[in-house]
Design a protein. Structure first.
Length: 166
């Protein structure tokens, strides 16, 4: 077994936490739910990423500042309150306006609106605004999200200089 993998008895082998880079998980400014963010964190960590969970009710300015500081391999936004479309459109515009985040994969999922109507239209609007993928609770499941995250290339490793990261 490779040194950077760990074996879970009866389950198989998983990458060691953090081998694939850092993911920012965040709620939106108007969403006070936390259980979804904790669940996302656990799933993403099982896929070999370090996770910085910003928690619920994250103002757009804080989300942008933290993503600029962290330079994540992926940004994951979760919504439970039904304002994912409205808040997500605003947040992704702010994130994509930063040149250093322009190519960062970004996804949103959960309850996009307070109605279950026109889910596909809302998802397409979010993709058009800058999200790489949208996982509405009515039309996707954890396997869809996991497959997307697992398909991402690993984050580049820092160059070494005299045995220390630069």
């Amino acid at each position: 077994m490779a040194q950077r993998e760990k074996e879970i008895v009866g389950v198989g082998t998983f990458p060691a936490p953090g081998d694939r880079g850092t993911v920012v998980v965040s709620g939106l400014a108007s969403d006070a739910h936390t259980w979804n963010l904790v669940y996302l964190q656990l799933v993403i960590e099982e896929l070999g990423y370090r996770v910085v969970n910003l928690g619920p009710c994250v103002p757009d300015d804080v989300l942008v500042a933290e993503c600029r500081r962290i330079d994540p391999a992926l940004v994951v936004i979760g919504s439970v309150n039904g304002h994912g479309r409205t808040d997500g459109l605003r947040a992704v515009a702010r994130l994509r306006a930063c040149p250093e985040l322009a190519a960062t994969p970004m996804v949103i999922g959960g309850k996009l609106t307070v109605s279950d109507e026109n889910v596909g239209r809302h998802a397409r609007a979010l993709v058009a605004a800058g999200f790489d993928a949208v996982f509405p609770d009515q039309a996707s499941d954890a396997a869809d999200f996991t497959a997307f995250v697992a398909s991402l290339p690993p984050a580049p490793q820092p160059a070494l200089s005299a045995g220390r990261p630069r």
